[in-house]
Design a protein around this ligand. Structure first.
Ligand SMILES: Cc1cc2nc3c(=O)[nH]c(=O)nc-3n(C[C@H](O)[C@H](O)[C@H](O)COP(=O)(O)O)c2cc1C
Length: 225
């Protein structure tokens, strides 16, 4: 694929379809409407398929799309765990706070139906991994199991949590994890790089929408200095 405007050069303007704006002050809309605006605008979001374990060894698995990498030295990623209602803590956060460990498994096309199913509110202690027919594998450096069917599995240790908001619905706990071990499917890895055509990762959009990475193109960054 070529890039959208391959003939563009420095000094050119762009043809933009952007016109009249709707102005939104977060102070004047509900947390639910802000949530819809954020998840519809910040797209596509990668999905962390997060496996954790309770202190007594019960497996837990759930998807989180407020997710990204944040640094490579130390290798670090983040997920953000929301508060859907007052005094309610998601199992993933409860387990991470109790054990300091989790695994981020990739969300590949072939996993998307069980991945979405695992987001159902299963009671604490129920293993979504077996509920959705996925295979737990022992990790190397952490206690929580990894998902055999995911093409990349990142074993993480908790670095820190940051509370955003006061615990009311819509507020979140951001979890930063140091990546301490990585497993990558050989078919998806060559010369130190991920092969996207085989990796086939899914992105989350707004509402119940998801997207495949079906068209890619490359544009090198210029060397200015
Ligand atoms: C694709 C997808 C992405 C999600 N992303 C998030 C997220 O970033 N943060 C969050 O708090 N909940 C997110 N959810 C909802 C959680 O997966 C859901 O609340 C789940 O029940 C949490 O499970 P747990 O209690 O086992 O951690 C997402 C759901 C789906 C289907």
């Amino acid at each position: 694929m070529t890039s959208p405007n391959p003939s563009w050069k420095p000094g050119d303007t762009v043809e933009s379809p952007v016109g009249e704006m709707v102005e939104i002050d977060p102070a004047s809309v509900s947390a639910t409407d802000m949530y819809k605006l954020i998840i519809g605008s910040i797209v596509p979001r990668p999905i962390a398929f997060v496996s954790t374990q309770s202190p007594d060894g019960q497996d837990n698995l759930a998807p989180y799309s407020f997710f990204n990498g944040v640094s490579s030295n130390p290798p670090c990623l983040m997920i953000s765990v929301g508060t859907p209602r007052p005094d309610f803590q998601k199992d993933t956060l409860r387990n991470i706070e109790a054990t300091n460990e989790f695994v981020v498994n990739s969300a590949n096309e072939w996993l998307i139906e069980p991945l979405v199913h695992s987001a159902g509110e299963f009671p604490y202690g129920v293993s979504e991994m077996s509920e959705v027919g996925l295979t737990p594998l022992d990790s190397v450096k952490v206690g929580p199991k990894r998902v055999k069917e995911s093409a990349v599995q990142m074993e993480c240790r908790l670095l820190k949590t940051v509370q955003i908001g006061d615990g009311s619905p819509g507020s979140s706990t951001v979890v930063f994890g140091e990546i301490v071990f990585v497993h990558v499917d050989k078919n998806c890895y060559k010369d130190g790089k991920i092969i996207f055509d085989n990796y086939r990762n899914i992105g989350r959009l707004g509402g119940f929408g998801y997207g495949k990475i079906s068209e890619t193109f490359e544009i090198p960054v210029p060397k200015i200095r």
